[in-house]
Ligand binder design. Sequence first.
Ligand SMILES: [Zn+2]
Length: 348
Amino acid sequence: MTETTDITIRHPDDWHLHLRDGDMLKAVLPFTARRFARAIVMPNLDPPVTTAAAAEAYRDRITAALPADASFTPLMTCYLTDDADAGDIVDGFATGIFTAVKLFPAGATTNSAYGVTDMGKVLGVLERMASAGMPLLVHGEATDPGVDVFDREAVFIDRTLAPLLDRLPGLKVVFEHITTSDAVDFVLSRGDNLAATVTVHHLTINRNALFEAGINPHMYCLPVAKREPHRLALRKAVTSGSVKFFLGTDSAPHALTAKEAACGCAGIFSAPAALEHYAQVFDEENALDHFEAFASLNGPKFYGLAPNEGQITLTKTAGTVPDNVAVKGGGAVKPFLAGQPLEWAVVD
Ligand SMILES: [Zn+2]
């Protein structure tokens, strides 16, 4: 058998992305726009994007920040709050401003203080979304402080997600950035209306990476990386060919000073080499024949969108992840596996 050295796939999409705003947006957007045709843009700005008008304004700022030669479409989301306006949300979906709604349980992660405190409060909105076919994107972690941080995803399934799907069997739900074999099993056990995104960092590191030779803030994200058997379950799921799993980087930049601090922010900035790192995972698993489905086909199919027309080629060649990405005004942000060797490259 000869080794694969090139792979050409339909232009992929990133179904979970944080772009931030202002100078940070300008610094990070080109990495995504070079690799992906579309991305689900998460709404957790401060204050969050909770109305169609705010989403339209944010979409315009993203489009204005694009490199001149880029062809990239941001897909906007609404941040669900206890007092969300169901009419504005489903109207925004009908007119194409919103692609989906994001549920952050209150207190789960960056800027989630505005999140939902009780699912009962948003049931009316979710019923309207189910009727409209509008997807709910779920940060699936229990936020009860009594739950161990490594158990929060599994507890969320039992306490919140399973009851929600039982109550609204027609609601389309993406279980975002899953990290456990519990989540893999749960997604596989349910119908076509439940799918999941998987980040490249959760396919690459386990929780040891957080503590290797000291505390490593650039390996810290939420949901936090889990034990090795969970990482292996994720790799098996994404490379299996199942249509229920698709690419979502959850690339989440924070200024270097906010990561390398006494209380470092949660978030891993994977955009500069995410597609390359995903290709490496599929290569290591001898599953490059399933890479296109995961990166370019399963996501659009779930969302009811056409796959992209263009193509992208990756080639197996040695490179290096950039050490730092400069942000205007003197700051910087550190990529996932900064300065480490890369095995795959995007061909221009
Ligand atoms: Zn996220």
